[in-house]
Design a binder for this molecule. Structure first.
Ligand code: MRU
Length: 369
């Protein structure tokens, strides 16, 4: 997507130096647009853990490139496989909820195993990292097309008035390599001239909505308004939301959806007010081994500073301030699980299906056992 009129992806190999991966460092958005250069698997692990990069698809792509950097390191050592196994563990330990992370690591390990020499293994790792990034782009583009059909259906009933879409967190192009999952249909609708307006839930505590989704929608010229998380129910009660589209970090093959904390409350409000609640996801975010999302999906807990501090832009600088009593303990759950019965449908790269085992397997029969 475009930033200041120039085309960017979120992650790429440096054009004149194949040993360097460049990425948009999201910690500085929306205040400053910064590119980070990552040279080692340890640096990539830090970038994922400390959320320089975040969002399920981009976490997967970053892990893929992290394994490529690890292969370059391993080629300079005697014990190639041991180094790769350690790198896989290091990356796996960064964040627990997005299933794209382990999906990308496993895929790299399988692909690298086909190389006969260290040189071949490095080349395979680069090819696989690039393929995963390209697939992510193509899958989000297809999600956009399938979701567009849903938005068009709603638009027909609105006779020229804008379709109001509500989204939570950032499942935009910044959370993937390009286009985004929840924003895929939004950008597709906007680009074909359909009148549309997006309610962007700020998404406490890290504000991925107000900082990232609002920023990227603004860069693309999509009309939007930022709301406090707690405003969503009120808007739905008053007929101000036609459709909710969110992303997911892990969805079970039975249709339970883990997404950023606060998603479940929006799904409850949507159900109570007959507002369609859709989840947009590439198949890399489906956990084909997990049946019961509430019991099985690991929910990341993060540090107190995210709850007790907030950052902002003040007199030309990014500053951090405390917003809660110093002595108050916190609980900081990163994600929640929306049970399948609250989900109207899943928008995938192969089309839209219901959030249940039968419907998911009918789109992805190769995963049915
Ligand atoms: O903790 P983050 O910023 O990595 O959160 C993940 C997310 O971006 C969201 O949960 C998103 O809605 C789904 S990931 C495409």
């Amino acid at each position: 997507m475009k930033v200041g009129g120039r085309y960017f992806r979120t992650i790429w190999v440096k054009p004149d130096d194949e040993g360097v991966v460049q990425l948009i460092d999201q910690r500085f958005l929306p205040y400053r647009f910064m590119i980070e250069e990552v040279r080692t698997v340890a640096q990539m692990a830090t970038a994922i853990r400390e959320m320089h990069v975040r969002g399920a698809g981009l976490i997967g792509a970053s892990a893929g490139y992290g394994m490529y950097l690890a292969a370059i390191e391993a080629a300079a050592r005697a014990a190639f496989d041991e180094h790769m196994a350690r790198a896989a563990e290091q990356l796996r330990a960064t964040r627990p909820t997005a299933v794209n992370l382990s999906w990308a690591i496993e895929r790299q390990l399988r692909s690298i195993a086909d190389g006969k020499t260290a040189e071949e293994k490095v080349a395979l790792a680069l090819r696989t990292a690039n393929s995963m990034a390209e697939e992510d782009v193509e899958h989000c583009r297809m999600i956009g097309q399938h979701g567009l059909a849903l938005i068009q259906q709603i638009a027909r009933k609105k006779t020229g008035k804008p379709v109001n879409v509500l989204t939570h967190c950032n499942a935009g192009w910044l959370a993937f390599v390009d286009y985004g999952s929840a924003t895929g249909p939004i950008y597709a609708a906007h680009d074909c001239g359909l009148p549309l307006h997006v309610w962007v839930a700020e998404t406490r505590p890290r504000n991925q909505g107000s900082k990232l989704t609002a920023w990227e929608l603004g860069q693309h010229g999509v009309p939007h308004r930022v709301i406090a998380d707690s405003a969503a129910g009120h808007l739905m009660q008053h007929g101000e939301v036609d459709l909710v589209i969110v992303g997911t970090d892990r969805t079970t093959y039975t249709g339970d959806v883990a997404n950023k904390i606060g998603t479940y409350l929006k799904a409850l409000a949507a159900k109570a007010n007959n507002v369609p609640f859709y989840v947009a996801l590439p198949s890399a975010s489906i956990d084909w081994d997990m049946r019961d999302g509430l019991k099985e999906i690991p929910i990341e807990e993060r540090g107190a500073e995210e709850i007790k501090h907030a950052d902002g832009w003040f007199e030309g600088q990014q500053v951090e301030v405390r917003i809660a009593p110093e002595g108050s303990p916190t609980a900081n759950y990163g994600f929640d699980v929306t049970p399948r019965h609250l989900v109207s449908g899943l928008i995938t790269e192969r089309g839209v299906c219901e959030a249940n085992e039968k419907s998911i397997f009918s789109l992805f029969p190769e995963h049915a056992t």
